[in-house]
Design a protein around this ligand. Structure first.
Ligand SMILES: C[S@@+](CC[C@H](N)C(=O)[O-])C[C@H]1O[C@@H](n2cnc3c(N)ncnc32)[C@H](O)[C@@H]1O
Length: 280
């Protein structure tokens, strides 16, 4: 999808990109904004990203307070609510995503979720300061101009015994390797540009950073957190042309690859770097 206006400020372009196509909006062909639509979006997201429920550890949030950064259409937000979270504060830069997520909460009857349309780099300007048991952010901070500002902004919101769980994209991944082979024409010095362009389902994401394990650890630990676990996971194995028609046919080499080998590959060259941190 092309951007309609040439926007200069990077964050305006990021907002416009996610407003044009909120994350996972085409995950269902059911009536848009219906309960069935949201159920299918959820089912499809966790089918394609099976490590996500495990990382989010929904079963552990009963009675807890959660701050979610970059909630998108609210898939994990609603899963936290379904799992019995006491209170959820969900933030996103895209007003369109927030609108959809709000509607979703309404449909599922959750009144304990507060939504904020905000730039998480400047969280305290919008979201009242209080301590949360869990701060969760999945696939978000690498899309903003200054991810380090988000990490810094988050620290005051985490309770002393709380956890920060955050997923960023992994640099030494199958996906980056594949983008290099397919789109860079061998120009490794332009790789970052190509990674941003092809990182998402919708071509042309304005900002996408990738991190090595060390860079991710340093980013988080520079801001008063201590990383307690860091794991790589997730390779998307399906043929894109089938996937867009909601068919799940793997590309030929993944079809033939033994499951254990595929899992090994995911755990070493996966696209998602899932990090858990606590207060230092
Ligand atoms: C790839 S989507 C992920 C959405 C959701 N976490 C999920 O897994 O479905 C990235 C989201 O990050 C949001 N985002 C990007 N930069 C942001 C910022 N500075 N502050 C708040 N949200 C931001 C975008 O609007 C978008 O909804």
């Amino acid at each position: 999808m092309k951007l309609k206006t040439p926007l200069s400020a990077p964050l305006d372009r990021v907002r416009e990109y996610w407003n044009n196509r909120p994350c996972n909006i085409f995950h269902s062909k059911k009536e848009f904004l219906s309960k069935e639509y949201f159920d299918e979006v959820e089912q499809r997201k966790y089918f394609v990203e099976p490590h996500l429920p495990e990382f989010a550890d929904f079963s552990s949030v009963k009675g807890k307070t959660i701050l979610e950064i970059g909630c998108g259409m609210g898939t994990t937000t609603i899963s936290f609510a379904k799992a019995g979270a006491k209170k959820i504060t969900a933030v996103d830069l895209s007003e369109k995503s927030i609108e959809i997520a709000k509607k979703r909460a309404e449909i599922f009857g959750f009144e304990n979720i507060e939504f904020y349309h905000a730039n998480a780099e400047e969280l305290s300007k919008v979201v009242p300061l209080e301590k949360y048991d869990l701060i969760f952010s999945f696939g978000v901070i690498h899309h903003t101009e200054h991810p380090e500002k988000i990490i810094k902004a988050l620290r005051p919101y985490l309770s002393e015994a709380g956890k920060l769980k955050i997923m960023v994209y992994y640099r030494y991944s199958w996906k980056v390797f594949w983008i290099f082979l397919k789109h860079s024409g061998g120009k490794f010095w332009e790789l970052s540009k190509h990674v941003a362009k092809f990182s998402e389902a919708c071509i042309g994401c304005p900002i996408t950073y990738t991190y090595s394990r060390r860079q991710a650890r340093d980013l988080i630990q520079a801001n008063g957190f201590k990383v307690v676990s860091l794991m790589v996971d997730h390779i998307f194995p399906y043929r894109i042309q089938d996937y867009t028609k909601h068919l799940y046919r793997k590309v030929w080499y993944f079809r033939w690859m033994p499951k254990f080998m595929f899992r090994f590959l995911e755990k070493t060259l996966g696209w998602h770097l899932c990090i858990t941190a606590v207060c230092e």
